[in-house]
Design a protein around this ligand. Structure first.
Ligand code: GDP
Ligand code: IMO
Ligand code: MG
Length: 429
């Protein structure tokens, strides 16, 4: 198998960065497909920690290069800052390529995100305020500015002038905010494009060619399936498709290129921002998990909401994203707990249901049905093999496999690259 896709299978922050970096050790290319700097992917190795927003998490380990695909929305200032930090840290970034079709997050998109959230008041989504939604809105309304447009001075000028007229009408007349000036944006953004231009290419062609040549390619999704624009808990979602179908369109390859889809989960669930969360723990147990696992947002620093593992949400994710295998992270958090719960079904108005309701009204009436399993006392952060895990941890993992109907390929027992137990080689499935 030469193509492996990694998708978050909950509401993001499942540890995709960690597992992507680990899998990239034997990949030739790592390719990011969607989202923007709303993502925050943590990578730990050799005593160092990196927090990636736009650059693929596979950049540290992939042999030949990494790619930012056409489905990613790029804040060039953030990208340049991230690249500078990597370079100063001695990381080789020379193999990075950026799609000429990727859309640019403009200053008016960031402001629109902020104003829209303010206007929604109690109904706000709790976005990261990075302009992600408005940039995808511009793309869908056919007024987006792509990387190739940013590089053509006259095209960029014409598009920016046109867009600013529209956006300034919106800002001044609807939101009663100040207008933006062309001069304050044009030179700065054109200069960003010039700094990035040597990396810009038709990445769909590049990725297709290297797959044809037999290279190992890792597709890395951002966010999680439950934040998918179509299949997540709409409207409390992000604005891109995070499922494997979205990965194919966000990289510019046929969906049939992807045969292995690794769904990443934690041994529990978290969510940042607003929206339904049936297994949420608002008690001491939730606080305990949050503190042990440092569940605070990588991007915004917000405390993450914490809950038990939700197999109903996972089975939904598995169906819509075509998940074939499972990577489970942060198993180490439950050392010292007496018991651990897994939600196996929901009860809606007294009936057990086995689907994920589309209606938020229905979803808020759902009661999780739990199984309670004994936890373990041992510290497992040094475990290297399945046999090193306590029997109760093994039983918990086997139960997760059964209720999700999905086999585990990796188990993570700590944030470091090496704190990973491999049950099956993901490149030989
Ligand atoms: P991503 O967005 O899916 O890449 O995940 P984040 O990086 O936002 O959040 C996952 C957090 O869990 C990070 O702080 C990781 O360092 C950490 N992490 C990942 N795997 C493990 C693990 O097995 N054990 C522990 N304790 N932390 C982990
Ligand atoms: P990674 O890749 C967790 C959430 C936001 C908010 C909603 C919409 O690190 O897993 P947006 O700024 O995208 O318009 O916000 O989506 N969100 C994430 N939550 N992890 C992420 O990325 C997220 N990216 C967006 O908190 O609820
Ligand atoms: Mg994250």
């Amino acid at each position: 198998m030469t193509v492996v896709a990694v998708v978050g299978s909950q509401w993001g922050d499942e540890g995709k960065g960690k597992i992507t970096d680990y899998l990239s050790k034997i990949a030739d290319y790592a390719v990011r497909s969607n989202g923007g700097n709303n993502a925050g992917h943590t990578i730990d190795f050799g005593g160092r920690t990196f927090k990636m927003r736009l650059v693929p998490s596979g950049i540290f380990a992939a042999n030949k290069g990494s790619v930012i695909g056409n489905g990613v929305v790029i804040n060039p200032e953030v990208l340049l800052g991230e690249l500078q930090h990597l370079q100063e840290s001695g990381i080789d970034i020379s193999g990075l390529k950026i799609s000429n079709r990727a859309h640019i997050i403009m200053p008016y998109d960031i402001l629109q995100d902020v104003y829209q959230e303010e206007a929604k008041g109690a109904n706000r989504v709790g976005t990261t305020k990075n302009g992600i939604g408005p940039t995808y809105m511009d793309k869908a309304s056919r007024i987006g500015i792509r990387m190739c447009d940013l590089l053509e001075k006259d095209t960029f000028e014409a598009k920016l002038r046109f867009n600013l007229e529209l956006k300034n009408q919106l800002f001044t007349q609807v939101y009663h905010k100040p207008a933006l000036k062309f001069e304050d944006i044009f030179d700065t953004y054109y200069a960003y494009g010039q700094k990035l231009k040597d990396c810009v290419t038709d990445t769909s062609v590049l990725v297709s060619n290297v797959i044809d040549a037999g290279d190992r390619v890792l597709f890395e999704g951002a966010q999680g399936v439950m934040l998918d624009l179509d299949e997540g808990t709409y409207p409390f979602v992000t604005s891109s498709n995070t499922i494997s179908g979205g990965i194919a369109s966000g990289i510019g390859v046929g969906a049939n290129r992807i045969q292995t889809v690794i769904g990443v989960v934690k041994s529990y669930t978290t969510r940042v921002g607003a929206g339904p969360f049936p297994t949420e723990l608002t008690d001491e147990t939730g606080n305990r998990i949050r503190e042990i696992a440092h569940e605070y947002g990588t991007v915004t620093g917000r405390p993450r909401r914490v809950g038990w593992f939700d197999a109903v949400a996972f089975r939904h994710a598995k169906r819509v994203a075509g998940i074939t295998h499972l990577s489970l992270n942060i198993l180490d958090v439950f050392s010292g707990f007496k018991t651990v719960k897994i939600c196996t079904a929901y009860e809606l108005d007294g009936q057990k249901i086995d689907y994920y309701p589309a209606s938020l009204k229905e979803l808020t009436r759902c009661q999780p049905v739990y199984e309670e399993l004994p936890a373990w006392d041992e510290d497992i952060t040094a475990a290297k093999r399945w046999e090193d895990l306590p029997a109760n941890a093994q039983a918990f993992l086997r139960r997760i496999e059964t209720v999700t109907g999905t086999k585990l390929v990796t188990i993570s027992v700590g944030p470091d690259r090496e704190q990973t137990i491999v049950l099956q080689d993901p490149w030989r499935l």
